[in-house]
Write a protein that binds this ligand. Sequence first.
Ligand code: R5P
Length: 312
Amino acid sequence: MNFEMKIISGTANPPLAQKISKCMDYPLCAVNISSFPEGETFVQILEDVRGRDVFIIQSTIPKPNQALMELLILIDAARRASADRITAVIPCYGYARQDKKDQPRVPITAKLVANLLNAAGANRILTMDLHAGQLQGFFDIPVDNLFAYPVISEYLRSLHLKDAVVCSPDVGSIKLASAFARRLNFSLATVDKTRMSGTKVKATKIIGNVKGKDVILIDDIISTAGSLTEAARLITKKGAKRIFACATHGILVDPAIERLQKSPICRLIITDTVNQDLSKTDFDIKTLSIACLLGQAITRIHSNESISSLFD
Ligand code: R5P
């Protein structure tokens, strides 16, 4: 068996795949991805992957339907080309927020996507800051869920904030915020949020003291920015000094930038799990790269080494 690595990039986030390849000092595998005139996706892996350890990098956001289908087709192509093992590297795992049946007649898309990845032929999943850690249980194959906090907290440390408070914009993100608070040795607060629709939320209460302090709001995802900006408004009313907002996955769909501009948030910190062109945005956004972290994880999976020790 030739257990060489082959790293394939889908089209959802080529800059991230290139950075991963650079960090690993390992080339990307040549692949042709195109569309038929009616919109069906065509892929062809242009190098031999028989017996190889194949990693397919594809965030399933933005354009989740297109990106997911392309990922499934790439997995199918690798499986039919006799790859020995296929790892779907999904830096931002879309459809994860629909993870329970909390209203009548609604789907659980997080589980549906897990089933589809399984059926296509993925043998492992490598992802980052899953919306809820327990989504790993939706798979019957190994899932490595990396955390962006080493990269984000290193940046936060470089700001030399004194006596700051880490705050989650809703109770769902409190575990994440608590991990940051511990790591940075800051206190913890949380906002009580009610979601009215996909784009509207209301922040009602704060648990914790933010008066006169710098506050770091932490969430896994920033999509329309409703959650972070609503929380920031309430925190300002309670007397906070400056507000920084962080999210691993910067999805940033309309009206996110407009909301950020009108909000008391002074800087947004995101990672590059989602491909974004922010060159024309005048809001202060710092994008940190998680490419080397993903690259290290790929190397360790390939050589059967521990992933958890990356976070010690
Ligand atoms: C919700 O449970 C997530 O953790 C985020 O708070 C949410 O997805 C962010 O969405 P938006 O930016 O649209 O409020």
